[in-house]
Design a protein around this ligand. Structure first.
Ligand code: PLP
Length: 392
């Protein structure tokens, strides 16, 4: 029996709400369920406005447009992230400037940001990797000193917090994903949190094909027309009906994942004590949403052979990301003014273990047993072996 890497979680009432949407007769965007989802996210996460989108990629594209970028403008972001973080800003004419990550949280290293700022810098895009918050206090203070817009890539961080603030609501803009690999899903979906009220009106226009249709629907004008650039960033009601079934169980879904996450964490602590792997770090002020569970092993060779071993045992684990600064498009469109040693090192040694809502204790035990016996079988798997000393 194989253990998949991810299983899309079904909360229960998805088909019921889709059927309801069908009977309401409004299948395009901005019907009852779209409004339910956006109002719920806006109120629960306590922000000025939330607009549902077809994906986080679409939300990032809207965020890039809202930054008012012109060609040659620079946007600071990690290289250790998914392609959409950079692509959205490249499409808007900007150059991604890649900055290294912290070795503990694997988030943008806030101490390196100021050195990367030039007179062309317009925005910072912190990515909350694995649902663990970046140092937003420091990042917001840098942004305010240099008059930069902050767009949080909170794709993985729905319902995660720093202190009592939800990730995605601290910068000027925040982007969420409801892709089936994330915690809350509707197949493909996303949302844009607009935390700076000055950006709300234009965001509605960009999302609705560059028209002032929303103002028209409110009755403020008597016909609507093309007023700005824009695209079709409105998701179908059917997707929002599906998502509504998931959002209704927001905390309960997090708790299930947290249980599975903690089971991994506790079971692998001995291996960490013996220097056979490094476990994820969550700063004390952060409350993660247990989006993913990863381990860092000694070398890329160890990772390759552990991955092969798990595959042979029917366990599907994965790694990511190819750092954007070393990818073909990243080299063409982006720049990395400084070397990125942490990014290069981490991306070669990180392995993600299966984690989904209803992963069973038996499944986790099987995975844990294989990881443990594999890492304990070779002394070269130790993080402090002479073989790996150069990495420390
Ligand atoms: C998943 C993800 C995205 C893209 O989300 P989509 O909804 O698939 O467009 C962007 N950034 C990060 C960090 C992600 O993990």
């Amino acid at each position: 029996m194989t253990i998949p890497f991810n299983k899309p979680f079904i909360a229960g009432k998805e088909l019921y709400y889709i059927a309801q949407a069908v009977t309401y007769g409004n299948l395009s965007g901005d019907g009852y369920f779209t409004e339910q989802c956006s109002a719920f996210l806006r109120d629960t996460f306590d922000t000025a406005d939330v607009l549902m989108t077809p994906s986080c990629t679409a939300a990032l594209e809207m965020a890039a447009m809202l930054c008012g970028l012109t060609p040659g403008d620079e946007v600071i972001m990690p290289s250790y992230t998914f392609v959409s973080t950079a692509n959205a800003f490249v499409r808007a004419g900007a150059t991604p400037v890649f900055v290294d990550i912290r070795p503990d949280t694997l988030n943008l290293d806030e101490t390196l940001i100021e050195d990367a700022i030039t007179d062309r810098t317009r925005a910072i895009v912190p990515v909350h990797y694995a649902g663990v918050g970046c140092d937003m206090e420091r990042i917001m203070s840098i942004a305010s000193t240099h008059d930069l817009t902050v767009c949080e890539d909170a794709a993985q961080a729905v319902n995660a917090r720093i202190g009592d603030r939800f990730l995605g609501t601290i910068g000027h803009l925040g982007c969420y994903s409801f892709h089936e690999t994330k915690n809350y899903i509707c197949g493909e979906g996303g949302a844009l949190a607009i935390n700076d009220p000055q950006l709300i009106e234009r965001a509605h226009i960009l999302r609705d094909k560059g028209t002032n249709r929303q103002t028209f629907l409110r009755g403020d004008i008597d016909k609507y027309t093309w007023v700005d650039i824009g695209s079709s960033y409105v998701p179908s009601e059917l997707c929002c009906a599906f998502l509504w079934a998931q959002l209704e169980r927001l905390d309960d879904i997090s708790q299930q994942r947290e249980q599975a996450y903690n089971r991994y964490l506790n079971a692998l602590s001995d291996l960490e004590a013996d220097n056979l792997l490094q476990l994820p770090h969550v700063p004390i002020e952060c409350r993660s949403n247990s989006h993913m569970f990863y381990v860092l092993v000694a070398t890329s060779e160890t990772r390759t052979s552990l991955l092969q071993h798990l595959t042979q045992c029917g366990i599907h684990s994965v790694f990511h990301y190819t750092p954007l600064h070393s990818s073909p498009a990243g080299r063409r469109y982006g720049s990395a003014p400084q070397p990125l040693p942490v990014t290069d090192d981490i991306s070669a040694r990180l392995l993600r273990l299966p984690l989904y809502h209803d992963i069973s204790a038996d499944e986790q035990n099987r995975i844990l047993q294989e990881v443990t016996s594999f890492l304990r079988s070779h002394s070269s798997n130790r993080l402090d072996s002479p073989h790996t000393a150069s990495l420390q």
